[in-house]
Design a protein around this ligand. Sequence first.
Ligand code: 13P
Length: 262
Amino acid sequence: MATRKPLIAGNWKCNLNHLEAIALVQKIAFALPAKYFDHVDVTVIPPFTDIRSVQTVVDGDKLLLTYGAQDLSQHDSGAYTGEISGAFLAKLGCTFVVVGHSERRTLHGETDEIVLAKTTAALRHELTPIVCIGEGLDVREAGDHVAHNVAQLRGSLAGLTAEQIARVVIAYEPVWAIGTGRVASASDAQEVCAAVRATLRELAGDDVAGSVRVLYGGSVNAKNVGEIVGQPDIDGALVGGASLKSDEFATLSAIAAGGPLP
Ligand SMILES: O=C(CO)COP(=O)(O)O
């Protein structure tokens, strides 16, 4: 079976200006010594306006953490006021880009078709899309969560080749667990992530399904990350609130690396 290196991604959402971003990246780097990076990939996902500053710190101090963006345009250039293209993000050295976060699906009306177009745009520019899926509380309570997530995954990856699917990361984030402090149980998260992997197998074959990283997100912190990443089909976490605290983010990254605590 393929070994998948855990990935811890800190989604800062709409928090921290570029000066605050520099301070946080430096604190994370100080709290997380280089030895951990053999066992975990760590990335920060700041607002667009911070990325150039984060790039300067990461390159200047030769840090091992990577960085990415929270969204991108499906267009590469042109008359699209306010849009940020994948070409710009690649030029800034971004590794990852989050696509289809539930906050964008809900607040900005992003459909699976738009998420697919953005995923394709990311791949065109050699960025790794972190494609987000997740169900609301109503779907969970109706017991339809597995079918819902599988359908969202299929829609968001529709028509991609196996080679393209091999280059994505999937993040399962139940909407009811985001920012609420209500984390899915490890077995609930595993149930959906296993269904994600089975779907990847159908879409792209065993090798790809065995190598694509599937993350969990939703109220992940240093206390619960160990049990979550200990599940067979969960390969890391997409972290919101806890990624804004350098010590907690470093600690949960170290736990994902298998320890010891920094
Ligand atoms: O939405 C999330 C990450 O993308 C999760 O946010 P919280 O960790 O704050 O619940």
